[in-house]
Ligand binder design. Structure first.
Ligand SMILES: Cc1cc2nc3c(=O)[nH]c(=O)nc-3n(C[C@H](O)[C@H](O)[C@H](O)COP(=O)(O)OP(=O)(O)OC[C@H]3O[C@@H](n4cnc5c(N)ncnc54)[C@H](O)[C@@H]3O)c2cc1C
Length: 480
């Protein structure tokens, strides 16, 4: 039977960072995920900001891990070949906002954040030309950054798999039993042993806890909805721009993704469960809030509405090593700034295990190769590539300019069956202004040929197929 030193449950950004950190230290690890891919929880729908750390409560775990996490991100991104935008961030307000901005600055300095500065309207306009008339002051946090959170998670998992880590997807754990010094873990079909269990399941944290007869961790949920604009609106804002914070949180911001899409949100709606629906009242709320800060927004350029859910346990993060079960570690309530804090949480948890006697060893490190991106190539490089493989000359997604060659490359290098949504998160196929209207059918055809299965067996996400009848040549559905 397979035997691992550490089993990490939950393939969000937290589980992925721990998996990567341990694998690179030569620890035999397995990452267990109940869905069909990594990064399908809160990690796929957030603002993608690596916060500087000025808004976390003094002496909180959030403050400690956010500031340390921010400092770790840049090196990890360059090792993985992941895009990171050194944008900085702004909190802006009207003529009465100075006291709040000064409090944020002072809290930030207390938390150890460097490079914070309060700017006046003229200085702000040099950074952001579309600030509304009302805006008089702003706090600039130079160290804030932006990333693609789901892409980063995918890259971390790919690096771990390349360096000896293992993954089990669609794994619905049914039993965990202590046998001597090890845990026997089973989904009824596949059983394995692990010495340590790390529970980073976010909304599913109690599913694993229950199997171990641990006390239930009370959780609350706050939904965050977003409006995403087409890339044509690039340049409207150049960095995350927040309003003054309230007791509800950091507020509805305007920002830009690493790929150049402007977006607005998130709302903060308390919900009873993991509810990712989008409501029209929220649409109006986002519009009215963001137009108080930013002028010249063309909401007609909206291409997508979506939502993510913050899973909270009280106000701070919860990390517990001291549980009923020995060698069982719980990481819960990782709401914002969990993305920013993730590398530091992983470092902290791994150091704790090492102090506890976990053996590490030097590995023969294999560097991850980022996916080919024809948009970053010179004309000569692209011509050479196409002469070696003509698939790189066949555009499948017109909006994002993604080729068949790039899609096949991801299908070949991913060691498990992807959904169309999985390809979307890796390459941006279907993510442009047509949202897949023109390329889904072509993508499904490529995938069905690659996996040698019927088009109806190519899943959109979960276990949902997009195809109900045959796709004809040219991408037309056969309706017979
Ligand atoms: C609207 C919004 C905006 C945010 N903006 C930011 C931001 O800009 N910056 C920032 O720093 N943070 C931000 N955050 C917070 C950040 O997104 C989260 O802290 C982070 O994604 C949490 O990661 P995670 O790995 O704990 O959880 P998740 O990403 O939810 O991952 C948990 C994983 O566990 C899996 N799972 C669940 N149950 C089981 C089980 N029984 N067995 C196996 N697997 C299981 C799930 O399927 C999921 O893949 C935001 C959050 C939201 C919702």
């Amino acid at each position: 039977m397979q035997e691992y030193t550490v089993a990490i449950f939950g393939a969000g950004i937290i589980g992925a960072f721990i998996f990567d950190n341990l694998t690179l230290k030569g620890v035999k690890c397995v990452l267990i995920e109940k869905t069909e891919d990594v990064s399908l929880g809160a990690t796929k729908a957030n603002s993608g900001i690596i916060h500087a750390g000025y808004d976390c409560e003094r002496d909180s775990l959030k403050a400690k891990f956010n500031v340390r996490g921010n400092a770790l991100y840049f090196d990890i991104a360059s090792r993985l070949g992941e895009r990171i935008g050194n944008t900085g961030s702004l909190v802006v307000g009207d003529k009465n906002s100075l006291p709040v901005l000064k409090e944020l600055l002072s809290r930030g300095e207390y938390n150890g954040v460097k490079n914070l500065k309060i700017l006046t309207r003229n200085e702000l306009l040099k950074l952001e030309k579309n600030l509304s008339q009302e805006i008089e002051y702003g706090l600039f946090a130079k160290d804030a950054k932006i990333i693609s959170p789901y892409h980063f998670t995918i890259a971390l998992v790919e690096e771990s798999l390349l360096n000896g880590g293992e993954i089990k997807l669609n794994y619905l754990t049914k039993k965990i039993k202590k046998e001597n010094e090890k845990y026997l873990i089973s989904d009824g079909k596949d059983e394995f042993y692990a010495k340590y269990i790390i529970n980073a399941c976010a909304e599913g944290v109690n599913e694993i806890g229950k199997l171990l007869k641990e006390d239930e961790i009370p959780l609350t949920y706050t939904k965050g909805e977003y409006i995403l604009l087409d890339k044509s609106e690039i340049g409207l804002v150049s960095r995350p721009i927040f309003p003054l914070p309230s007791e509800k949180g950091k507020g509805i911001l305007a920002s830009v993704t690493v790929n150049g899409n402007t977006f607005f949100g998130p709302t903060a709606v308390d919900v009873k469960n993991y509810d990712t629906s989008f409501s029209y009242s929220s649409l109006n709320l986002i519009k009215s809030n963001v137009t108080k800060m930013i002028d010249n927004i063309n909401f007609k350029k909206t291409i997508r509405l979506y939502a993510g859910v913050r899973v909270k346990h009280g106000k701070d993060f919860f990390i517990s090593f001291d549980n009923k079960n020995k060698n069982y570690i719980v990481i819960a309530g990782i709401s914002s700034p969990g993305l920013s804090s993730a590398p530091a949480i992983a470092e902290y948890v791994v150091n704790h295990l090492i102090d506890d006697g976990l053996q590490t060893k030097k590995i023969d490190f294999k560097k991850r190769t980022p996916y080919t991106n024809i948009l970053t190539m010179s004309q000569d490089e692209l011509s050479n590539l196409i002469s070696r493989d003509k698939n790189y000359g066949e555009i499948v997604c017109n909006c994002e300019k993604i080729t068949k060659g790039e899609i096949l490359e991801v299908l070949k290098t991913t060691p498990y069956r992807l959904t169309t949504d999985g390809i979307k998160r890796r390459l941006r196929v279907t993510m442009g202004r047509c949202q897949g209207s023109f390329c889904y059918t072509k993508l499904i055809k490529i995938m069905s040929e690659f996996y040698k299965v019927d088009e109806k067996e190519i899943m959109f996400k979960d276990h949902t197929s997009l195809v109900t009848s045959d796709i004809k040549e040219g991408g037309i559905y056969d309706t017979k």
